[in-house]
Structures are given as C-alpha cells and as structure tokens.
Write a protein that binds this ligand. Structure first.
Ligand code: 5AD
Ligand code: SF4
Length: 579
C-alpha cells in the first residue's frame, strides 16, 4: 500500500484528545503519516463529540464540505470516530454517503483494520472494480455501499461483547507510543472509562458505556513510561474520576492481562461526605490510594492533576492525600450544573446545593493555602435553560457562581440529546432567547469573579508549567505548537521579518519558518526578539510570560517561577522570576 497521509481533527473533551493520540500512535506505527492540512490528506478522520448539538453540527458541516472534494477525489477515505459514531452510527452513514467508516469510542482498537479495508476498497472503487472487504473486522454492519462500514459496540450497554471490548480497549491504552519530542511535558492518562451516573441530560453513559476502572499497575506503568519520555505533568482522566476503585482480589486476568473492572454503584452511604471509602482495605485501590501511589512511585512527575470530579462521593481521604503530597495540584474541576435544588433533582445529579457547598468548604479547609503560594482553585460546569428552569432557578445558579468563587466556569445552554431521559420525557421549553440571555448573564457573573481572583494573584510568585507559545500568537502567525517545539530558537515571521510578541495583527502575510527547513529567500532566520509563552500555575490559572525567542523553546515543558505582574479579566501576565 502506498503511504497514506491522514488528517485527524478532534472535537470535544480531553478524553477525545487522548483517544485521538492513541489512534494516531497506532496508525503511525503502521506507516501512516499525518498532516495538519486536510487538503493534503488521503484520509480525513473526525473524532467527534455528541454531548451538545453544536459539537455535532460542526462535524456535519465538515462532512458537507467534503462532498465536493470526494467527487473530485474518489480515493479519499472519510472516517467519523467517537461519540457521534456510537450514537448515530448506521443512521448517519446512510444519510451521509461521503463517510466510509464510523467507529465508536469503544471500538477504536479496530480502526487500523477498518481503515486499511476502506483504503483498499476505495482504491478498487477508483479502479472501477469494487473489492470484497476483509470479512474479519469485528461486528460491523455492512451498508449499501461495499466501501462503507460502521462499528458500534461495547459502549451502548446492549452489547454482549462488553468484556472482550474492554480487553481490547485496554490494549489500545497499553499500546500508547510515547514520543519524547511531541508532548510538551504534559500528558493525559485515563484511569476510568464510561459513566454510571445517568444525569438526565447526558449522552455519555450511552456513548462511552458503563464505568470501568483500569488496573492500578497499568496506570502507574503508563505514568512511568511517560515520565521516562520526559513528561513532567500528568492529568488523570475519568468522567467521575473520584469514583476510581479497583479490587485486586476480584481482578480477572485474561491471557496474562489484568482486566479493567466494572465500577460499583455509589449510594449516599458509601463514601459520601466526610468519610473515606468504607470498603477501603487490603486489596482495594481507592482513588486516594491511586493518587498517593502515583505520587510516590513516579517521582519524576512534578505535577499530578485529575478531572473531572463528581461533587458527591468525595471523602476526606482524597483531600488528605492531596494536602500531604506536594506534587498533587491544588485544583478541582467539580461541575455543579445548577444552583437550584429543583433542577438538580430533575437532572438526577444526586446531591443538593447545600451538600455541594459543604464539599467545597471542606475542600477549601483542607487545601486552600495561599500563604504558602498554594491557593485552591476550583472550576465548574453549568447548564442554563434546562427544561422548566425559572428565573428563580437561574438566579440560584448565579448565586452559586458567586458563592463558590470558581476561577472559571464552563457554561452551556441546555441541548436536548436524543436517547437521554430529558429528551424523551421533558419538553425543551425554555426559549432559545432566554437560554442565550441566561448564558450571557452567568458568564458575566463568572467573569467578575475570575477577574477578582486574577487580581488577587498580582505580586505572588507561582511555579508555572510553560506549555508553549500563546494560542493568540500561534494563530497570528499560522504556526502550530508542534512546529514551534521542533524549532531550536523560536522564529516567527511576518512578511519576511523577525518580530516580537508585541507586534499587532499581521493579516494574511504570515509565513512561519519551520525548524530544520532551509530558509526561503527573504525570510528572517534570526530568533524573534520576544515570544509570548503561556503556562499554568498549580491551580490551573493561565499566565502569559514574555521570553526571548532565542531561549524560549528551552523553557517549554518546564516548570519555572513566574511573578504575576498584572491581571485583567481572564488574562494574567507575569515575568520569569530571576530572568
Ligand atoms: N446540554 C448542555 N450541556 C451539557 N453537558 C452535558 N450534556 C449537556 C447537554 N445535553 C455539559 C455538562 C457537562 C459538560 C461536559 O457538558 O455541563 O459537565
Ligand atoms: Fe454525563 Fe452526569 Fe456522567 Fe458527567 S456524571 S458524564 S454529566 S452522566
């Protein structure tokens, strides 16, 4: 097979970003190369999200754009991966003939064979003699065209192949190839897949399936391998990360491989409130145990974070471990979703506003230590315009934002999702205009708090993980973070002249210089004078720092002391302490 070039675009959450990384690693190992320019690709893959309708619409419009191109380039292979593929799979592929393959998040390990099959079939199609696709690809569904294949499966809770799929998904995680140059010092590690909560608005339990926990040894081993490749910051991922729990005694081993384990049902009496997990004991690894083990067994990891926490079932044991292990970050992402008890009930969230606040107060009592430069930072998620939400319910959300003092909140307008309880049972009765207004009002309330919090940090020095050139500057120069990482000294050009970070919008004249390439006539090869880097504090506050272009690349992926010199709205600026 001729070498194929893949364009892979990821929508949605961090879980999807990690899935895309794993998929890309697998395909690279098989000889596929990658491009950031969809026009140059033979294979276009979209890793999709279906949490809100807008995310889906973006994918639809991308697919629409590909129609014309596919008519001109019939060998082009188009794949839809992830949650949309799981939810809509066969229906979507029938409605969208441009799509050759669809692959749900629980079937991603099978993507290489699906893709190989699709590439060959498209080639035969171009040669006008359609081939019979490889018959050995899982439980796929054959569609009207021999070149179209949809794989849905384990995550839909209806499949009998769940155990087998868990096994192969675990293999996908374990197969992770870690490039020492491409990570910028940070990486995600999955600890839990799926979700058992069934919030009434949410598709995740349907698209990602039941909650299962990865064996602790696999997680720690992955962290060690990442550390060996130079990663210094790890973010543990799970939909309800604090539910992590693995019972060694009940572990199932298949072909020498410890299998991930189903989550157990949490009830308010098991591990809720102040208590540690009551079933904690020999042979059980709780979330608190896992955090402590990673901290102690992988000392090269200088920062350990985790998202997303469920506000209930968060025992003191976890807070104690965070407090007593200095490399665990003082940052919690704990979505409340609403400040109204009535809405919380309708959403099936399983806690009240006062219970949520009790947790926040308890977390702050354990972890908020501004005096040692470690204030606890909390972020939240909110949904506005959930069915029947009144002005009074909404005002309760505004009040919660103020009371909780989030450093930032992700605010979403309710989006009815087919297959969820809310979609089936509760009419979407809040007008779009009201949703929009509430969204703006809540954003404004949050911005005021974010601004206050940012200003409080001025004059403080933080250890900041330098992640790369600021997004704004990358965009202005049309260059990617990966390209910057491969440069020895950062050279950003506008119309052939090296520029500093404070140059205004360059319009369309940008022509980035890539490291290692011969300079084009007229382009500057000198390092840019100043480059705007962005980084994060231990509490996940974003800080911008100006650094000399000649040395800026050597700072990326390192944790450096930064003194915060100014703050305005969501933007904190600082200077490298001692530079
Ligand atoms: N509509 C709007 N927001 C949603 N979220 C999940 N489902 C929906 C929906 N149907 C939001 C929640 C969740 C975040 C990941 O997405 O706030 O925490
Ligand atoms: Fe969705 Fe609720 Fe699970 Fe979060 S906890 S993934 S909102 S069902």
């Amino acid at each position: 097979m001729a070498q194929r070039t893949v364009y892979l675009e990821t929508f949605g959450c961090q879980m999807n970003e990690l899935d895309s990384e794993l998929v890309a690693g697998q395909l690279r190992a098989l000889g596929y190369s990658f491009t950031t320019d969809p026009e140059r690709a033979d294979v276009v893959l979209y890793n999709t999200c279906s949490v809100r309708e807008r995310a889906e619409q973006k994918v639809w419009s991308r697919l629409g754009e590909l129609r014309v191109r596919k008519a001109e380039q019939p060998g082009l292979v188009v794949g839809v991966l992830g949650c949309l593929a799981e939810r809509d799979g066969v229906d979507l592929i029938k409605r969208m003939p441009v799509v050759d393959i669809m692959c749900g998040p629980g079937e991603l390990d099978k993507l290489p064979s699906l893709l190989d099959n699709a590439v060959r079939t498209r080639e035969s199609f171009v040669a006008d003699s359609p081939a019979d696709p490889d018959p050995d690809v899982g439980d796929r569904v054959r569609l009207r065209s021999a070149s179209q294949v949809a794989l849905q499966g384990n995550t839909s809770r209806r499949s009998a192949t769940l155990a087998a799929a868990e096994d192969s998904l675990e293999l996908l995680d374990l197969s992770r190839s870690i490039s020492p140059t491409d990570h910028g010092g940070t990486a995600y590690v999955r600890i839990t897949r799926g979700c058992n909560k069934f919030c009434t608005y949410c598709v995740v339990p349907f698209t990602r399936g039941a909650e299962i926990h990865r064996p602790p040894e696999h997680i720690i081993d992955e962290c060690k391998r990442l550390a060996d490749a130079g990663v210094i910051e790890i973010t543990l991922l799970g939909q309800t990360v604090n539910h992590y729990r693995f019972e060694q005694d009940a572990a199932v081993i298949v072909n020498g491989l410890t299998q991930p384990q189903k989550g157990r049902a949490y009830s308010p009496s098991s591990g809720a409130g102040h208590r540690a997990d009551p079933f904690r004991g020999a042979g059980v690894t709780t979330f608190a145990d896992l955090l402590a083990r990673i901290h102690d067994e992988v000392p090269a990891i200088e920062r350990l974070r985790f998202v997303t926490s469920y506000p209930r079932d968060f025992g003191d044991d976890v807070l104690q471990v965070i407090r007593d292990h200095p490399r665990i970050c003082r940052y919690l992402h704990v979505p409340a979703q609403t400040g109204s008890d009535r809405m919380l009930k309708m959403m099936n969230r399983g806690y009240s506003v006062s219970e949520y606040l009790e947790f926040l107060d308890r977390a702050r009592a354990f972890l908020d230590q501004p005096e040692i430069g470690r204030p606890l930072m909390v972020s939240g998620d909110f949904i506005v315009g959930f069915p029947t939400e009144t002005d009074e319910d909404f005002e309760a959300s505004v009040a919660l934002v103020r009371r909780a003092r989030y450093k930032n909140s992700f605010i979403f307008k309710y989006s009815p999702r087919p297959g969820t309880v809310a979609f089936d049972k509760i009419p979407d009765d809040v007008p779009e205009e009201v949703k929009r207004r509430r969204n703006n009002t809540l954003l404004a309330a949050q911005s005021a708090i974010s601004d206050e919090i940012a200003r409080e940090q001025v004059g403080r020095t933080f250890n900041v993980m330098i992640e790369g050139v600021s997004k704004q500057q990358l965009k202005r120069h049309g260059v990617s973070q990966g390209e910057i990482r491969r440069q020895n000294a950062i050279t950003l050009t506008v119309g052939g002249k090296g520029i500093g970070a404070d140059v205004g919008d360059c319009g369309s004249g940008c022509s980035p210089v890539h490291g290692g390439e011969a300079p084009t006539a007229g382009q500057a090869t000198e390092p840019s004078e100043t480059v705007q880097l962005s980084g994060r504090t231990d509490g996940d506050l974003i800080v911008f720092v100006d650094a000399p272009g000649a040395t800026a690349t050597s700072m990326i992926g390192r944790i450096l002391p930064v003194c915060v010199t100014s703050a305005d709205k969501l933007v904190m600026r600082g200077s490298l302490a001692g530079v």
